[in-house]
Design a protein around this ligand. Structure first.
Ligand SMILES: Nc1ncnc2c1ncn2[C@@H]1O[C@H](COP(=O)(O)OP(=O)(O)OP(=O)(O)O)[C@@H](O)[C@H]1O
Ligand SMILES: Nc1ccn([C@@H]2O[C@H](COP(=O)(O)O)[C@@H](O)[C@H]2O)c(=O)n1
Length: 681
C-alpha cells in the first residue's frame, strides 16, 4: 500500500496480465458479523478481505468479546455469548458503513440491562445518515441516543424495552436513502424472532436491491430464510436461529473488479494479444456490482466470463457513450464516469442520489475531479453527465480523493489519456478501505508510455549520502530504488570468487561475469547465486574492487541494460556515479550530491564503526579520496555532474533537509511545467 501524500502515475499505454482480486468488502463484513451472531458456534471464513473496513468490524467484534483467530485471509470466529458481553463498550468504526449500520441494529437488540455501548466513527461517518435505521429500531423499543447531531453517529445504545420488543412485530423502514438500513434490520431481527414473526415494510422505493440480495443470500447460508414479498415486505419467521455453516468462502470484490474491467476495456488491445484476466469473481457472483460488466459491454468493452473469472479486452474504440440508470450498481457506476473520458459523446448516469451520502458526496467529487482533467461535466441531485476533453484540452491534474477509495481507484484510469499527461492521486492510502494493493496491482498490469517512467538520478562521490538520500526520497514518492554501486560491488565479488584478477586485460571475462550475475536484493542481504555477499561487497577490498571493475568499459556496457530496466512504475530513484550522464540521460531530475571529504570520511567512519568494522579514520579518508580520483579521472562514464544536474552540497544539511530540497526540486520538475510534457510518443 502506498502510504504517502500523493502518488504520481506516469502516462500509461497498455495493460495485460492476470490479477487475483481481494475479497468482497460487502460479503466480508456481513459474514464476519453473521459468524459472530452464531452464539457459541465456530465458523471458519476464507478469503476475507484485509482492509480498513474489515479491520473496523473485527476490532469491534473483539471488543465485544468475540474469539477471533486471524491468519492471512482466513478468520476463525466463535460466536458471541450474549451472557458475556461487556458492560460497556466503545466501538470506533472508522468510515465503515458496512460495520456501523449492521452493528447498530444487532447491538441495539443484544444490549442488556445495565449495559451500554457507544458507536462512533471518523468525521465523515458522523455526517453519514443513520436516522432512518434508528427510527426503525425505536419502533421495536430499542433505546438509542444521538451523542452529537440527531440522525447521525455517534450513538449510545442501552437495553431495549422488553415489552415493546415483543409487542411490535411489524417495522417500517425507509428504503430510499441507504439499503444498508434494511440489511441491518434483516441481520438483527433473527436475534429476537423466537416466538413470533417479524415483518419489515419498506417505505418508498428500495434502492440498491442487489445489496439486499447479497444479505438474503448470506442469511440463508447462516440458517435464516427470509420471505421476500416483491422487495417491499420481508418476513423473518418465528423460530429463526443463526446456524453456522462451518466454513464459508468469500467471493472476490465485484466493485473492485470494475477498475480492472475498465482497465481491460481501455488498454488491452486484442490485436496485440493483450487481455486482463480477473480471478475470484465471475458472472454468477452474488454481488450486484457484477452487473457493471453489462454497462461496460454497452460501452463497447469485450468481456468473457466463467465461474470465478472474467477476461476483458478492448472492443469498440473509442468507447461508446451511454445513458444508464446506475441505481443497481451504485459503487461500480463511478468507474463508468471515468470510462466516459474515453467515449465518443456524453455519458449520463442517473438515479444515483445515494452517491451523495457515501464516503464523500461522490457526485460533487466526480464533477470537481473530472473537470480538472478537462472533461465537460454536469450534474444534478441524482445524476452526472461526462463528455471527454477535446484532444488538445486534456490537462495533467492532481486528483483530490476525499478519503474515498473509489475516487482514488477510478481516477488512476485517467493515466491512459491520449495527451500522455501524468495523473497525481492524492492520499493514495485511502484505497486501504477495500483494495489495499490496488496500485501495486495496476502497476503490475500496466505498461507505461515510452520514457514515461519518472527517474530521479542522484550521483556524487563516495559517502556523500547518495544511498541514504535516494532511500528517503523514494519512500516519500513510493518509487523503487536502484543502488548502482551495489551492482559494481557484486560484480567485483563475483570476479574474485571466480579467481579473476580485476584488470583491463581480463575485460571479456569480467564482462561475462557482470552479464551473468544472479542477483537478489533482499533488504540488507544481497544474494549472489543464493549466497549473501553483503559483508564482502561493503568491505574495504569490496570498495576497491568495485572501483577497479567499474573502470572497465565492457563491464559497464554489460550492466547498462539491466540498470535501465529498473525504471519501473511508479518511478525510480537511482544513485551512483553516471546515472544522470549515461544511464538515464533523459531523467527529469538529476542531483549531484557532494560533501567535503572531511564530512564524508567522518560519516563513513561512523557508519562502519556502528556496523562493527575495525577502521581508522585517516586510512578511510585516503581510500575514499583515492576512489574518487579513480572515479573522476577514468575514461569511461567518469564521475561528474550532468550538465543539467542540480548540485547539492549536504555537508551542513541533515538527511531530512536534503530530502526536502530534492522533493521540492521534484515538485518543480515533474508536477510543474514538465508534468504535461512527459511521456509523449
Ligand atoms: N546529510 C547527512 N548528514 C549526516 N550524515 C549523513 C547524511 N547523509 C548520509 N549520511 C550518513 O553518511 C553515511 C554514508 O551515506 P551513504 O551510504 O548514503 O552514502 P553513499 O553516497 O551512498 O555512499 P557510497 O558512495 O559508498 O555508496 C551513512 O551512515 C549515512 O547515514
Ligand atoms: N553508477 C556507478 C556506481 C558505482 N560505481 C563504482 O562502484 C564503486 C562503489 O560504489 P558505491 O556507490 O557503492 O560506493 C564506486 O566507487 C564507483 O567506482 C560506478 O562506477 N558507477
Amino acid at each position: 500500500m502506498f502510504s504517502i501524500p500523493f502518488l504520481d502515475i506516469a502516462a500509461l499505454q497498455s495493460a495485460t496480465g492476470t490479477v487475483q482480486l481481494p475479497g468482497s468488502k460487502s460479503i466480508s463484513n456481513r459474514v464476519l458479523l453473521l459468524a459472530a451472531l452464531c452464539e457459541g458456534q465456530t465458523t471458519v471464513l476464507h478469503d476475507v478481505l484485509a482492509s480498513d473496513d474489515t479491520d473496523a468490524m473485527l476490532t469491534a467484534l473483539q471488543t465485544l468479546g468475540c474469539e477471533i483467530e486471524r491468519q492471512a485471509q482466513q478468520v476463525r470466529i466463535t460466536g458471541l455469548d450474549r451472557q458475556s458481553l461487556p458492560a460497556q463498550a466503545q466501538l470506533h468504526l472508522g468510515n465503515a458503513g458496512t460495520a456501523m449500520r449492521p452493528l447498530t441494529a444487532a447491538l441495539a437488540l443484544l444490549v442488556g440491562p445495565g449495559q451500554a455501548f457507544e458507536l462512533t466513527g471518523v468525521a465523515r461517518m458522523q455526517e453519514r445518515p443513520i436516522g432512518d435505521l434508528v427510527d426503525a429500531l425505536r419502533q421495536l423499543g430499542c433505546a438509542i441516543d444521538y451523542l452529537k447531531n440527531p440522525g447521525f453517529p455517534p450513538l449510545a445504545l442501552r437495553a431495549a424495552d422488553p415489552q415493546k420488543l415483543q409487542a411490535s412485530g411489524s417495522i417500517q423502514i425507509r428504503g430510499d436513502v441507504s439499503s444498508q438500513f434494511l440489511t441491518a434490520m434483516l441481520m438483527a431481527l433473527p436475534l429476537v424472532a423466537k416466538e413470533r414473526d417479524y415483518v419489515i415494510e419498506v417505505v418508498g422505493e428500495l434502492i440498491s436491491k442487489p445489496y439486499i440480495a447479497i444479505t438474503l443470500n448470506l442469511l440463508a447460508r447462516f440458517g435464516i430464510v427470509v420471505r421476500n414479498d416483491n422487495w417491499q415486505r420481508f418476513t423473518i419467521a418465528a423460530g429463526s436461529r443463526y446456524q453456522s455453516p462451518g466454513q464459508l468462502h468469500v467471493e472476490a470484490d465485484a466493485s473492485s473488479a470494475s477498475y480492472l474491467v475498465a482497465l481491460g476495456g481501455i488498454a488491452s488491445d486484442p490485436a496485440l494479444g493483450q487481455a486482463i484476466t480477473i480471478e475470484g469473481v465471475g458472472e454468477d457472483s452474488i454481488q450486484g456490482d457484477i452487473r457493471f460488466i453489462d454497462a461496460a459491454r454497452q460501452m463497447g468493452v469485450h468481456v468473457e466470463t466463467g465461474p470465478n473469472w472474467l477476461r476483458v479486452q478492448r472492443g469498440q474504440w473509442p468507447l461508446k457513450a451511454i445513458d444508464i440508470d446506475g441505481n443497481h450498481i451504485p459503487d461500480a457506476a463511478m468507474t463508468l464516469a471515468v470510462m466516459a473520458l474515453y467515449a465518443e459523446g456524453t455519458t449520463r448516469i442517473t438515479n444515483i442520489a445515494s452517491w451523495r451520502v457515501k464516503e464523500t458526496d461522490r457526485i460533487d467529487a466526480m464533477v470537481n475531479e473530472l473537470s480538472k482533467l478537462g472533461a465537460v461535466v454536469d450534474s444534478g441531485p441524482d445524476w452526472i453527465s461526462v463528455a471527454p476533453p477535446a484532444a488538445d484540452a486534456w490537462r495533467s491534474a492532481s486528483i483530490a480523493t476525499y478519503d474515498d477509495h473509489r475516487v482514488a481507484m477510478c481516477f488512476s484510469l485517467a493515466a491512459f489519456n491520449p495527451a500522455s499527461v501524468a495523473v497525481r492521486i492524492e492520499d493514495p492510502r485511502c484505497v486501504g478501505k477495500t483494495f489495499p494493493d490496488y496500485f501495486e496491482a495496476l502497476f503490475a498490469l500496466a505498461q507505461p508510455k515510452p520514457n514515461a517512467v519518472p527517474v530521479i538520478c542522484i550521483d556524487g562521490p563516495s559517502a556523500s549520502g547518495k544511498g541514504t538520500l535516494a532511500a528517503h526520497v523514494a519512500k516519500q514518492l513510493g518509487f523503487h530504488v536502484l543502488d548502482s554501486g551495489a551492482l559494481y560491488r557484486v560484480a567485483g565479488v563475483a570476479a574474485r570468487q571466480r579467481g579473476l584478477d580485476i584488470a583491463p586485460e581480463h575485460a571479456p571475462a569480467l564482462a561475462d561475469v557482470a552479464r551473468s550475475l544472479q542477483l537478489v536484493f533482499d533488504g540488507e542481504r544481497v544474494l549472489l547465486d543464493g549466497r549473501d555477499v553483503a559483508a564482502a561487497m561493503r568491505s574495504d577490498a569490496g570498495s576497491r574492487d568495485a572501483s577497479l571493475i567499474s573502470a572497465i568499459p565492457a563491464v559497464r556496457d554489460a550492466l547498462l541494460q539491466w540498470q535501465r530496466e529498473r525504471a519501473a512504475l511508479p518511478g525510480l530513484v537511482a544513485d551512483g556515479r553516471d546515472m544522470g550522464t549515461v544511464v538515464f540521460p533523459d531523467a527529469p531530475l538529476k542531483v549531484f550530491l557532494t560533501a567535503s571529504a572531511e564530512h564524508r570520511a567522518e560519516r563513513r567512519y561512523k557508519q562502519l564503526i556502528s556496523q562493527g568494522f575495525d577502521v581508522k579514520l585517516a586510512s578511510l579518508r585516503e581510500e575514499l579520496e583515492a576512489r574518487d580520483l579513480r572515479d573522476t579521472t577514468r575514461a569511461v562514464a567518469p564521475l561528474k555532474p550532468a550538465v543539467d544536474a542540480k548540485v547539492l552540497d549536504n555537508s551542513d544539511l541533515s538527511v531530512a533537509e536534503a530530502t526536502e530540497q530534492v522533493l521540492q526540486w521534484w515538485r518543480q520538475a515533474y508536477a510543474g511545467a514538465a508534468f504535461a510534457t512527459l511521456g509523449h510518443d
